[in-house]
Design a protein around this ligand. Structure first.
Ligand code: SF4
Length: 720
């Protein structure tokens, strides 16, 4: 498409980005900005309240329908969290829904041929294969069937899938936490008794200091940036901690640029300073913290000089930050995804919690921790208690499932997500190739479909209803706007149908997402007040706990009066399995002990960009393709001064696992010695701008206690 001056849309956007931000970090570049609601077309039949599934902002939307077809979607201005904002990912759903490449009927592989079968035949086929596993391995069936989440369509889908498999005696479900959100959610659960944010976003307006720790909000959660701007207008000091300058830098008062993977060391340095200078709240610690002495002992090694060396920060900057936090009567720390992408992540999040405890900032107005990574609302535990078989063996976790797949010990895999989201993605692909029967639930004939024996296509968000949970602990209801095409079905439907077949009569009698929601609500005390009538009428969603029908939902602190949900009702920093709160060099780091890692002297980092959802199917959108740069690496010019390369040249980005080809982007906004690249899923797509190589094919498989490491190991660049 050309504009009036004969510049293509893509080049126009590039020119705009340069014009607005060549010297600093651009605020609005290539679809990065928040997209406001667009005017309704003149003639529509109806407008339906819906919600975007791509991230936990959960932008509620208004979907305009004409002749049973979605013609437009825009952010719902009545949503108090987003005020009508949304980002290009959510907008791409209209095009993706009507993509000519979309799969509409179940397909069964017969040799090299895909044969269309009915949905009923497809469900029978899957159920028969699963039941056969039980017959042929009566003493050893439990770990031979596995499911790879996420089931992003709705909370009801997760509930149905987990009940279907668990009730039949199959515990193997790789949750979304196994790759990214698990570490921070686990640390919060261990230390405070609940994995969710301890406060909600509205409280940033009541804080004195807001620390965005690795949280590039402007780029990853654009509708939330208005909250940061409003907080600053009210005088809240915004401190941004991140290894790179990003669009969020422009919305902050100050930025602390640290070496990637060293957040935990910096926090321990702050903790040491507060303790040594007697700047912490002794009374609060005495009453509400378990394990203070161990914390103080562990932090003692983190002198300003030691931390300065580790983090590449001047010692006075560390002291300054400690004094600022000590003086601030109300501080919120907002954690982004980046601190949970290292092998020291659980410890880092424990350190964040400890820091907030020392300054009495875990509970109360203008205080707390916002965690954009996880915090499921629950409901499943209560249901499982009701329907759970007594002899379910414990799950093995993602790494052991992969091991079993590689050793040909998994017979049926329900693949509901992309294998390209895991580190060492080619190894995962090899494991999947060893599985006897792979069922793929997706939308397009993508890399995952090519590994499957059966593809059962899913519905797009406008074609089904269900509850979504968001980062503000809110539950939002998505209404079905248009009929599902062909024989596509929602995840809830597929797993309910499968559950009934493989559990023969004992499975809950549900026929709609509403039935499932009610099942959860009736069994989950924190959801009792979330009636469907209320939710269907609520453009913002209602935040749990919501214990009764007259209850408005709970905003702000999750722990009134500092009563935490741990066994002692205190902040628990004493966990023998984890040892004292400490910091360690990320695995594979060129600054660690490994001799091999020294062959890769640069630090690898990656992050999300607004125009891609990490699960790959937005790659099938031409709208998104116009914003895409494919594989590229951002480095400081000093990092490559001996390489004889210039802006836009091709280079090889190499790790201990292999190399990919990428365009060079030179920028002063990143530290010398650090490489940054978008979390690029790669894979084939008809949209050429979107085609590329999955960055995860060269990510080594290092793990923290729960989740994978995606940053912080060594890499190198060579001229291509
Ligand atoms: S991806 Fe997130 S920010 Fe973007 S529209 Fe969807 S919910 Fe909103």
């Amino acid at each position: 498409m050309k504009n009036q001056k004969g510049i293509s849309r893509r080049n126009f956007l590039k020119a705009g980005a340069l014009a607005t931000g060549a010297l600093t970090v651009p605020s609005i570049a290539k679809g990065m900005g928040q997209v406001r609601g667009t005017s309704p077309p003149n003639r529509i039949d109806r407008e339906v309240m819906s919600c975007c599934q791509f991230c936990q902002v959960r932008c509620t939307t208004l979907v305009q329908v004409k002749d049973d077809k979605v013609v437009n979607v825009y952010g719902n201005p009545a949503n108090a969290w987003t005020k009508g904002g949304m980002c290009p990912k959510g907008q791409s759903l209209v095009e993706l829904t009507y993509s000519p490449h979309r799969l509409l009927y179940p397909l069964k592989r017969e040799g090299e041929i895909w044969k269309r079968i009915s949905y009923a035949e497809a469900v029978d086929l899957v159920a028969d294969r699963i039941l056969k596993v039980k017959e042929t391995h009566p003493d050893d069936y439990a770990h031979r069937v596995a499911l790879f989440e996420p089931l992003w369509e709705s909370h009801e889908s997760e509930i149905m899938a987990q009940l279907a498999l668990h009730m039949a005696g199959f515990p193997e479900i790789c949750s979304v936490g196994d790759t990214c959100i698990g570490n921070s959610a686990t640390a919060l659960r261990i230390c405070l008794g609940n994995p969710a944010s301890t406060t909600t976003l509205d409280e940033v307006l009541n804080a004195r200091t807001l620390v965005l720790w690795g949280a590039n909000i402007a780029e990853t959660y654009p509708p939330y940036i208005r909250w940061i701007d409003s907080a600053r207008e009210k005088g809240v000091k915004v401190i941004y901690v991140d290894p790179r300058r990003t669009p969020t830098s422009n919305h902050s008062d100050t930025q602390i640029i640290t070496r990637p993977g060293t957040d935990g060391a910096l926090i321990l340095g702050l903790i040491r300073y507060l303790i040594r200078e007697n700047l912490y709240d002794r009374d609060y610690v005495a009453r509400h913290v378990n394990g203070f002495k161990e914390l103080a002992d562990s932090a003692d090694a983190y002198t300003p000089e030691a931390v300065s060396k580790i983090c590449w920060l001047p010692p006075e900057r560390i002291i300054d930050l400690a004094k600022t936090l000590a003086k601030s009567p109300k501080t919120i720390i907002w954690m982004g995804g980046s601190i949970s992408r290292f092998t020291n992540a659980i410890q880092t999040v424990r350190a964040v919690i400890a820091l907030q405890a020392l300054t009495a900032n875990l509970s109360g107005s203008g205080k707390g921790i916002i965690n954009m990574q996880g915090g499921k609302p629950g409901g499943l535990e209560e249901l499982e208690e009701k329907f759970h078989p007594k002899d379910l063996s414990p799950g093995l976790g993602y790494r052991k499932i992969l091991y079993r797949m590689l050793h040909k010990n998994v017979d049926v895999l329900l693949l509901n997500s992309s294998y390209r989201r895991y580190p060492d993605a080619n190894r995962v692909k090899k494991g999947i190739s060893n599985v006897g029967f792979v069922v793929y639930r997706g939308f397009f004939m993508d890399e995952e479909a090519k590994l499957a024996h059966l593809v059962i296509p899913g519905t797009m968000p406008f074609e089904s209803s269900g509850a979504q949970y968001g980062a503000q602990r809110q539950i939002v209801w998505r209404n079905k706007a248009v009929p599902a095409p062909g024989e596509t079905v929602g995840d809830w439907q597929f797993y309910a149908d499968l559950g009934k077949r493989i559990n023969r009569g004992s499975f809950p009698d549900v026929h709609s997402p509403e039935d499932i929601f009610e099942l959860v609500r009736r069994n989950s005390p924190t959801w009792t007040g979330l009636t469907l009538e209320r939710l269907k009428d609520h453009p913002t969603g209602i935040s749990w706990p919501c214990p009764s029908e007259g209850h408005p939902g709970t905003l702000g602190t999750l722990f009134p009066e500092n009563r935490f949900l741990t066994p002692h009702q205190k902040v628990e920093l004493r966990t023998p399995a984890l040892g004292p709160v400490a910091w360690s060099e990320p695995e594979g780091s060129p600054y660690g002990d490994s001799e091999e890692a020294k062959n890769f002297p640069l630090i690898f980092t990656q992050g999300k960009v607004v125009q891609h959802w990490q699960h790959s199917f937005t790659q099938w959108s031409g709208y998104m393709a116009q914003f895409s740069d494919g594989n590229y690496v951002q480095v400081n010019p000093r990092t490559v001064e001996k390489l004889g390369v210039k802006e836009n040249d091709w280079v090889y980005l190499e790790t201990e696992l292999g190399k990919i080809k990428a365009r060079l982007r030179l920028s002063e906004t990143i530290l010398p010695g650090v490489v940054w690249t978008p979390s690029y899923p790669g894979g084939g797509t008809p949209e050429k701008e979107n085609a590329g190589v999955s960055i995860n094919t060269i990510i080594p498989g290092y793990w923290d206690k729960v989740s994978a490491q995606f940053n912080g190991f060594g890499c190198r660049l060579t001229k291509a």
